[in-house]
Design a protein around this ligand. Structure first.
Ligand SMILES: Nc1ncnc2c1ncn2[C@@H]1O[C@H](COP(=O)(O)OP(=O)(O)OP(=O)(O)O)[C@@H](O)[C@H]1O
Ligand SMILES: [Mg+2]
Length: 457
């Protein structure tokens, strides 16, 4: 990797902010600050193999603590420090969303609405119905009703006799969140807030124009496929599908009877996801312990890859269809996450979804003078989006004026995330599908195993 800048003036640590993406295959710790041009500059990046995470959920705290610690140490070594307060990404099956409204009649209608009033309105809105084992992760303003008119930007500065806020509330299971909190506090960090991972990815790879025209961001990670749909510059829909690129590796492992790491290398090096477009070149797999090498064609490999990638695309298509925004995606599909690097994926997606597709890379969302090309990889979309949120929160706590985070304003969700995910699973019968691939083995057990496997970076 190219490395350019090594000298910079020391940064005042109070100006810095940090974020951690706890992914199924990798954990990324970032620390950064806003430079004199107003850009977010990454000072330190630590990316390590993730252990103890299954489909986006922390399942082994000890292993996760070790992985986060190593990532943080790397970022610390590069930056010279790592901020204690961190924004952490959250995804997984335990998340659901709800809608809520809150209104206030103002004593002095002729006076401009202040940020404090908007903050209070949002804070009071936290009283939503929760199950005993649930808690609120995030409250995202969708729109405001000011003098009977809907506004999607911040109403600060407007005059009104009544302000009504319309909120999207993200709710998670306390137990799952507790595991993340425990892991973060064990290494001496302080959790500032959680952020829903689909929103983080979308934040770093979309432009305001794309969000205005309408787009669906699909982040294909190792263990989950996250979806966020935008239109009119507001988030309309989010979803986390509980399978991602690792299932393809698992299929390759099963088909060619090889180790997971070998299958992973084979996928990254040779796999295409359109069989007709794959060359007929021979791939040789060395024999183990004196056994004869085996040979396969890249077309055979592509057949396996295409089959499973189509399954992921079908699930994503179904989610987009149920969102009701399928015909409002003027800027098409933006695919990101490590899984989006599979050869020919944009073509397959465009063909199957009948929509233009581009790969979303967070390269231009931040500056990283140490390794300028690092964020050209879509696998960093979530981490960069989290750092962007950390920058907003930091600005805010430093009392600097900030615009409302427009890409997080939501206007409609028909069902809860949990209900929708269940319906996707029901519709696509992933267990049945896996059973077909795995044969007569206990597919529940295999399915549980598959995403905890470790990749070689
Ligand atoms: N060049 C490549 N070609 C094909 N697949 C790739 C490539 N690079 C990475 N992947 C796949 O991307 C997936 C990992 O993506 P990513 O790093 O975004 O996941 P993650 O954030 O760790 O997991 P998750 O978001 O699901 O919790 C793995 O399945 C990996 O095999
Ligand atoms: Mg991820």
């Amino acid at each position: 990797m190219e490395s350019t800048v090594t000298h910079r003036a020391p940064i005042d640590e109070r100006k810095a902010f940090s974020a951690i993406d706890i992914g199924t295959t990798k954990i990324v710790a970032l620390t950064g600050y806003r430079n004199e041009r107003g850009e977010i500059e990454v000072l330190g990046c630590g990316s390590v193999t993730s252990n103890g995470v299954t489909r986006g959920n922390v399942v082994n705290i000890e292993l996760v603590v070790q992985s986060i610690k190593t990532a943080v140490e790397k970022a610390h070594a590069e930056a010279g420090f790592f901020c204690k307060k961190v924004i952490v990404g959250v995804a997984g099956q335990h998340i659901r969303s709800a809608h809520n409204r809150n209104a206030v009649n103002r004593d002095k209608p002729s006076q401009a609405i202040t940020q404090k009033e908007i903050d209070n309105l949002k804070a009071e809105n936290r009283h939503v119905n929760l199950d005993i084992d649930e808690e609120i992760i995030d409250v995202i303003p969708q729109s405001y009703l000011i003098n009977s008119q809907h506004v999607t930007n911040t109403p600060v500065g407007m005059a009104a006799h009544r302000v009504e806020g319309n909120y999207h509330v993200v709710i998670g299971k306390t137990e799952a969140l507790k595991n993340i909190r425990t892991a973060i506090t064990r290494i001496g960090l302080e959790l500032q807030s959680f952020m829903l991972e689909p929103l983080a990815s979308a934040k770093s790879v979309t432009t305001p124009e794309e969000r205005e025209l309408g787009c669906a961001v699909i982040d294909i990670g190792g263990g989950t496929t996250d979806i966020a749909i935008y239109h009119d510059n507001t988030v309309k829909f989010t979803e986390v599908i509980p399978f991602g690129g690792n299932v393809i590796t698992y299929d390759i492992q099963e088909a060619f009877k090889m180790l997971f790491n070998e299958a992973e290398t084979m996928k990254i090096t040779h796999a295409h996801c359109i069989q007709d477009a794959a060359p007929n070149d021979i791939i040789t797999i060395p024999g183990v312990n004196g056994r004869a090498p085996r040979e396969y064609t890249m077309k055979t490999l592509a057949g396996i890859t295409q089959c499973r990638m189509e399954e992921i695309i079908d699930a994503a298509s179904y989610v987009i269809e149920t969102s009701g925004y399928k015909n409002h995606l003027g800027a098409g599909i933006i695919v990101t996450g490590g899984g989006s690097e599979l050869k020919d994926l944009p073509q397959l997606l465009s063909f199957k979804m009948r929509n233009e597709t581009k790969i979303g890379k967070p390269l231009h969302a931040v500056r990283y003078p140490h390794q300028p090309r690092t964020f050209n990889s879509p696998k960093y979309a979530t981490a960069v989006g989290l750092l962007m949120r950390a920058a907003e929160v930091h600005n805010y706590s430093a009392s600097e004026p900030i615009a409302a985070p427009e890409q997080e304003i939501i206007t409609a969700t028909k069902e809860t995330v949990e209900e929708k995910t269940k319906s996707v699973m029901k519709s696509f019968g992933i267990k049945g599908f896996l059973k077909g691939i795995i044969g007569n083995k206990n597919y529940d057990e295999e399915y549980a195993k598959q995403d905890t496997r470790i990749l070689v970076e």
